[in-house]
Every structure is written in C-alpha cells, then in structure tokens.
Design a protein around this ligand. Sequence first.
Ligand SMILES: NC(=O)c1ccc[n+]([C@@H]2O[C@H](COP(=O)([O-])OP(=O)(O)OC[C@H]3O[C@@H](n4cnc5c(N)ncnc54)[C@H](O)[C@@H]3O)[C@@H](O)[C@H]2O)c1
Length: 402
Amino acid sequence: MTKVSIIGQGYVGLTISLFAGDKFDVTGFDLNHKIVDQLNLGNSHIEGVASSKLKALIKKNHYRATTNGADIANSDIVVIAVPTPLTADRKPDLSFIESACKTIGEHLTKPALIINESTSYPGTLRKFIKPAIERYSSAALNHMYAISPERVDPGRTDFNQRNTPRLFAGLTSEATNLTRDFYSEFCDHLVEVSSPEVAEAAKLFENTFRQVNIALVNEFAQISHALGIDVYETIEAAATKPYGFMKFSPSAGVGGHCIPVDPSYLAAIAEENGAPATFIRRANQVNREMSKYVVDRVATDCGGSLVGKSVLVVGVAYKPNVADTRETAAELVIDELRERGAVVQWHDDLVDQWRGEKSAPLSDADISIILTKHDNTTIKSILASSPYVFDTTGKVYGATSL
Ligand SMILES: NC(=O)c1ccc[n+]([C@@H]2O[C@H](COP(=O)([O-])OP(=O)(O)OC[C@H]3O[C@@H](n4cnc5c(N)ncnc54)[C@H](O)[C@@H]3O)[C@@H](O)[C@H]2O)c1
C-alpha cells in the first residue's frame, strides 16, 4: 500500500490524514507529543475531524501518529501542512517549513513525491522547499515536488475535501501527474494550473480578496454610522443586485490563521520584487484599527471614559462555533480597552482558557461587547449580562450595533 506521511497534524494535516487514510497507509508526523499521544488513542483535537473516524482508521492500521522522524523514512508521498505565521514585525515566517524540510531531508531514504499544502508566497516550493530538502539530505534522491494549497474552512460542513475544488501543479509533469492521482482518491474536482507559482499566488489572492473586502465593509460601517444610516440594512439593500456585488459583513476586525496573515505574504513578495502592495497594506491597517473604532464608539456611548468600568468581551474565538483564537480580533480590542483603564474580562462558551485567563461568567458587567456570537450563546443571556451591550456581529437585536 502507498505510504503517505503528513508533516503537521493540525487543522490541515489531520483533516487530510483522515481523508487519505481511506486509501493509503498514513503516518501523521507532529512535533507535539501531547497531540500525537492523543491521536494514537483515537482522540481528535480538531473540530470537524471526528474521533470515530480516527479510531476506525487506527483499527484498520491505516493511520498512526508519531514524533519520530525515522517513521517517515520509506514514504512514497509526503505532505507538508505546518504553520506559516508572521514574525513579530509581521513578515513571512518560514521557520516551520524549514523545520519540516529538515525532517524530510534527514529521514527520507528513497525518492518521494513531496507536496506542500501550507500557504506561502509564490516561489516557496521551487526556491525554498526543494533547496532546503536537498540541503538536509545526505544523498541525492531526486524527489518530485508539487503544491496543492489547502482551502479547508474549519467548522464548515457544506464544503469539505471531497467537494472543494483543489488547485495543484508540480515542478515537473511527472510530479503533476502523481499529485493528480493522489488527490483524485478523495477530491472530486481537481484544477491543474501551469506552475506551482500560479497555485501559490491564487491561494494568497483568494484570501487577500476577502481581507480587502472585509476592510472595505468595515470602512463602510464607519461611514454609515457617521451618516446616520443603518449599515446592515444598506448592505442587504445592495445585495439585492443580482450581479456584480458580493456581500461582506462588518466586524471588530479579522481573525484566524489565514485572512490576517496570508495577504502579508503577498505584500512581502510583491514589495521584494518592486511591486507596490498599497491596497493590501491599507486593508490590513483598516481591519486592525477596527478594534480602536469599536472601543471609541463604546467609550462615547458610555460617557467618554472607560476608566474603572467593568467590560465583558463576549466571544474571543475568531469566528462563530469554533474554539480557534488564532489572530483573533479580541486580542486588539481587549488590549485597547485595558489601555484605556477598563477592567476587562471575557466570556466564550467554547474557549475555557486563553492568554493565561479563564472565561468569565456571562453576567454582572457595566458594559458587554460582542465580538463573536456562537449559536449556543443566547441573545437573551448576552443582553442580560450588562445594562449596555455593543454588538459587532449584527446578530444581537436589542444591542447597540456597529
Ligand atoms: N486552518 C485553516 O483553516 C487553513 C486553511 C487553509 C490553509 N491553511 C494553511 O495550512 C498550514 C497549516 O495550518 P494549520 O491550520 O493546519 O496549522 P495548525 O497550527 O492547526 O497545525 C500545525 C501543526 O503542525 C505542527 N508542527 C509545527 N512545526 C512542525 C514541524 N516542523 N514538523 C511537524 N509538525 C510541526 C504543530 O505542532 C501543529 O500541530 C498553514 O500554512 C495555514 O496557513 C490553514
């Protein structure tokens, strides 16, 4: 049976492991011992990835997790699914990819197809991953290289690995063909593009499109408020146009692993090549400054000063119905509130602990600010949590809205 090793067992890596596990012998490699131990017991740590499926694959001997690089030695296919965050100064951080390349280079003992699913800028496969793996390999194994950027949307049930079209391209036609064979086992719609760089750029452009449109609607929310117009009603009105308009909703900012991060990868490579990325940079700024706008609005409504006021931030996950807090806008909002002297706690029905703090009860505040509303957090309970409730989600009727 074809042996597939997947480097990184997070949202992307575990999801792909379980789809691939139906047809292949899958080894999930991760540096995190706790995650690996739990996975080998059949316990999924990813929402939307069922422990029952994991257990079934383990029982069939189609899946096992490991922290030992030697276990990937005789792989036919290796998929890279490790984080690609930003550095402290918001530049691309390829250190996790570098470390994955080290594992691959040091341990593979025969030629393999190496596919990158991690999001990065055009040229990463050709100019970073291939040379890094070759540098770490003690023998010239002539691996094949391909890219297939991941499009999974955690928590989403209508689109999954099978029905979400998947872009792919190899550095050689043989790599392209083998990549098509691999994904066609569990994806119904494969879209071959002419080079890895096109696939890498398309992935970044998809998320930049969202980032820029979210910034636009966030700016529009501010304009609407200044003009005394209801932003939500206006967006719904515009959305009745059957063509040429796509609806986006305002918020306290963007969160998650992708939208606040990926556009900066595109901007960085653009600027490195002498192309301006002013639009992308400005959109980032508008989204990041929404936290300040929200706190300004709340302060104005509450008499100007927030000093000593108890503020409850409701929902710190970056989107509804997931427990994921990566890059959440709640961080900027809470920091801004604390800088202005507010006494801040947060409540999230899906997040117990975050930044060393625990979720507080949904009650007894002077001010509540809703950043994310999970389905099981009721409007009634939010409205009862304080005398003044500010809603950035557009879902809590009865609260003051953006
Ligand atoms: N989460 C999403 O919705 C999503 C969607 C599309 C694309 N992506 C992209 O996919 C990539 C992975 O994202 P994710 O959400 O799965 O990240 P994640 O943080 O959920 O998981 C990454 C895993 O990789 C492990 N890891 C880190 N370095 C490692 C190494 N050197 N070797 C082995 N394991 C290592 C971590 O321990 C972690 O378990 C990123 O480039 C991301 O931008 C993510």
